[in-house]
Design a protein around this ligand. Structure first.
Ligand SMILES: Nc1ncnc2c1ncn2[C@@H]1O[C@H](COP(=O)(O)OP(=O)(O)OP(=O)(O)O)[C@@H](O)[C@H]1O
Ligand SMILES: [Mg+2]
Length: 266
């Protein structure tokens, strides 16, 4: 069944667009997008994922073969490809995905000379606004033009922070970028939540980091902390979110809890 068939007859929704963002690499952005969205889909929320990272980790996390793709998000933002034509169904009911491939890497350079270069993603998402409960954007690990596009397209942010030394390093810079966008382009942009990732209960460091981040961000920090769990790191190599790969693992249960918190926050 194509996306268009699925779309027919569904009620209109008011979607929330959430960018999952942290310019620090390897903190769990893509893992959070893949698994949180899968749990939201299982909770009957209709979700669209925009893979906005040239690494395409979220695309492969859902088992979508990048070599076989006709179009990806690059074609949408730079060549006016209608976004509807790039939406793929996934192995999880209610979860759809616009893929990214390495060609998106050239977008950072090509966008520099483009008109309204910071608004491309926002414009591309406009026709979809009423069709999904949530639109999630998986951001690349940088504060370049792709990330600025995501900050302008989103109405809120989820910031994953890894339970590691220097966890808050770089977060000030991220907040600066957020404030710059709030001032000039997107005054309603807000932090939806902070999620602590790769928590290791055997180390006091993990607990210290969570405490430090809670002191700083207070209630913005989700109660659910994502543990370091091998199933979460294995699942992408099977092209599956963890709820399909290892349903009763600690990682799957944590993302299911996080999804409930996200829904409760609205
Ligand atoms: N909770 C976890 N437990 C175990 N491994 C994890 C966990 N979260 C993420 N990982 C692993 O850590 C690595 C980095 O995670 P991920 O790709 O989600 O981070 P990222 O922030 O998207 O990275 P990038 O900045 O490169 O896009 C991956 O190999 C992933 O499988
Ligand atoms: Mg990633």
């Amino acid at each position: 069944m194509s996306y268009k068939d699925v779309k027919r007859g569904l009620p209109q929704r008011d979607s929330r667009t959430i960018a999952v963002i942290n310019q620090k690499g390897g903190v769990g952005k893509s893992t959070t997008v893949v698994n949180l969205c899968a749990c939201l889909g299982e909770n009957k929320k209709k979700v669209l994922i925009i893979d906005f990272d040239p690494q395409g980790n979220t695309t492969s996390g859902y088992g979508i073969e990048k070599d076989e793709l006709e179009h990806d998000i690059y074609d949408v933002i730079l060549h006016g490809q209608p976004i509807e034509e790039t939406i793929h169904e996934t192995c999880v009911k209610n979860v759809f995905l616009v893929p990214a491939t390495i060609q998106l890497a050239t977008a950072e350079i090509e966008l520099v000379s483009a008109e309204e270069r910071e608004q491309k993603l926002k414009k591309a998402l406009e026709p979809l606004k009423d069709e999904f409960d949530y639109i999630f954007i998986d951001c690349p690990p940088s504060l370049g033009l792709l990330t600025i596009n995501a900050l302008i397209a989103a109405d809120s942010l989820i910031i994953p922070i890894q339970c590691e030394y220097y966890a808050l390093e770089g977060v000030a810079k991220l907040l600066e970028s957020m404030q710059m966008v709030q001032r000039d382009k997107n005054p309603d942009l807000e932090i939806f939540g902070i999620v602590m990732t790769m928590f290791d209960s055997r180390t006091s460091l993990s607990n210290q980091v969570v405490e430090e981040v809670r002191n700083y961000f207070d209630k913005k920090v989700f109660k659910t902390v994502i543990p370091r769990n091998v199933k979460l790191s294995e699942a992408p190599s099977h092209g599956l979110p963890v709820c399909k790969y290892a349903r009763v693992s600690k990682g799957a249960l944590a993302y299911a809890r996080l999804a409930r918190e996200v829904v409760a926050r609205g």
